[in-house]
Design a protein around this ligand. Structure first.
Ligand SMILES: [Zn+2]
Length: 197
């Protein structure tokens, strides 16, 4: 009896595996987490607050989230990032959040950027830029101050269009509501004080 050995074995090139580079994977994860931050922003909008949302991520998982709510909370510090940082710190039982990433739909302000540096976040990813109060490059760049920032990387522009459109729609709606209110007030005043001629 003779044993016949296989004449050929499948080579690794015949096995089809999708090739995803580390950079591609990071980009995909960034999109997914920014989408989650957008869902948080929708909560703010539903309450009549400027729609900004944030999530904190550790080891590829969302551990905390927050949305902008300074009006409802009577709290000037209740920005989305601060709400998310507080929830994350509470969850981890640590005032520092090393190894964590924060995703926020709008470029952080000075206050939030400062809080992120105190938390020693590994990375901040934001969506739309904020030419009025942005502290990651628009008005100034706090993170570029090497005396202040030793821990946090910053990246902007992830789903920037979607994040910006949400804000634009909110402000357009608010302007329209104000316009209607003024028209109603003018009509009511004309009714009370008819001009007799
Ligand atoms: Zn802020």
């Amino acid at each position: 009896m003779t044993l016949s050995l296989p004449t050929s074995t499948p080579t690794s090139s015949e096995v089809q595996t999708p090739v995803v580079s580390a950079a591609d994977l990071r980009d995909r994860q960034d999109l997914g987490f920014m989408q989650a931050a957008l869902e948080q922003a929708a909560h703010a909008r539903a309450l009549g607050e400027v729609p900004v949302g944030a999530v904190v991520v550790r080891d590829g998982e969302i551990i905390a989230s927050g949305f902008n709510q300074p009006i409802g909370r009577h709290d000037p510090s209740a920005h989305a990032e601060i709400m998310a940082l507080r929830a994350a710190a509470e969850k981890l039982g640590n005032y520092r959040l090393p190894g964590c990433e924060l995703y926020v739909t709008l470029e952080p302000c000075v206050m939030c950027s400062g809080a992120m540096m105190h938390a020693r976040l590994a990375r901040v990813v934001f969506g739309a830029t904020d030419p009025k109060t942005g502290a990651c490059g628009s008005v100034l760049n706090l993170f570029a101050q090497e005396q202040l920032n030793h821990h946090t990387q910053v990246q902007g522009g992830v789903l920037a269009q979607e994040c910006g459109d949400l804000l634009k729609a909110f402000f357009a709606e608010r302007r329209e509501q104000l316009r209607l209110k003024r028209l109603q007030a003018a009509a009511a005043s004309a009714e009370q004080n008819p001009i007799d001629d």
